[in-house]
Design a protein around this ligand. Structure first.
Ligand code: HEC
Ligand code: HEC
Length: 186
């Protein structure tokens, strides 16, 4: 009886003392993940509806890659979306529009998103991440044979063909692997 009581006192003590330890650890881990994404990517958001509706033909682009002006233009022309029909029912349309608006690059405090806030003012390029001056500047040395001429890439719009963690919203240079070519050393 006495021993049992002793053990329970001990385990209560360990339990209580353990709580801050566990909290401290997961807190540190989250902070670290957040820190590394902040320096290499844009906000990572989990939205199954967006993922399903806008991740079918290409990766579901993280909202922090375009400002609200571009997202609203895209959302108001889904019946002719770069030559495809990507129309949505009214409720889904509203939900996705609100999601994109809320997390657009101009609302984000991620440094990378800030750079994706300036968009081209020439026609359809204003609806493209690949049309932003920042994107063009970052990719201007990559020859077309590695993109359009590369069956495994096809288009710069397929971020995830080269950026292995694009779908985790991370664009670290160390994680770039161009299919059929390899790492990019500049
Ligand atoms: C039926 C297929 C399809 C669906 C569904 C679709 N898209 Fe697209 N999307 C395309 C095609 C095709 C392109 C042009 C790709 C290219 O030029 O290589 C494109 C391009 C884009 C681009 C520009 C990419 C770039 O070059 O920077 C954005 C942004 C985009 N889509 C957002 C969305 C959003 C938001 C949704 C959901 C509402 C969506 N797409 C759903 C087919 C689709
Ligand atoms: C053909 C492969 C390829 C595709 C497709 C591609 N990228 Fe890149 N990206 C690169 C390479 C290579 C670099 C590094 C360029 C350099 O440093 O000269 C780069 C650099 C970047 C950078 C800067 C990284 C840094 O740390 O400075 C960002 C951000 C980026 N890409 C985002 C995107 C997005 C968003 C898409 C899709 C809309 C995309 N990329 C599509 C190959 C690609």
């Amino acid at each position: 009886m006495k021993v049992t009581a002793f053990i329970s006192v001990i385990s209560i003590f360990i339990g209580v003392a353990g709580i801050p330890l566990v909290w401290g650890d997961s807190d540190k881990h989250e902070k670290w993940q957040e820190y590394s994404r902040r320096s290499t990517g844009v906000a990572l958001l989990d939205n199954p509806v967006y993922q399903q509706e806008c991740g079918d033909c290409h990766m579901a682009y993280p909202p922090g890659l375009l400002p609200v002006s571009s997202w609203s233009r895209i959302m108001s022309g889904l019946e002719d979306h770069f030559g495809d029909n990507a129309e949505l029912d009214k409720n889904t349309h509203t939900e996705i529009s609100e999601f994109l608006t809320k997390h657009s690059s101009d609302k984000s405090d991620y440094r990378r998103s800030r750079r994706f806030t300036v968009v081209s003012d020439s026609g359809d390029a204003g609806m493209r991440i690949t049309g932003t001056p920042y994107f063009l500047h970052e990719h201007d040395e990559i020859p077309p044979k590695l993109v359009e001429g590369n069956k495994e890439v096809n288009s710069f719009s397929n971020c995830n063909a080269c950026h292995r963690y694009a779908e985790q919203a991370s664009f670290r240079e160390q994680d770039i692997l161009i299919p059929g070519f390899g790492r990019w050393d500049d």
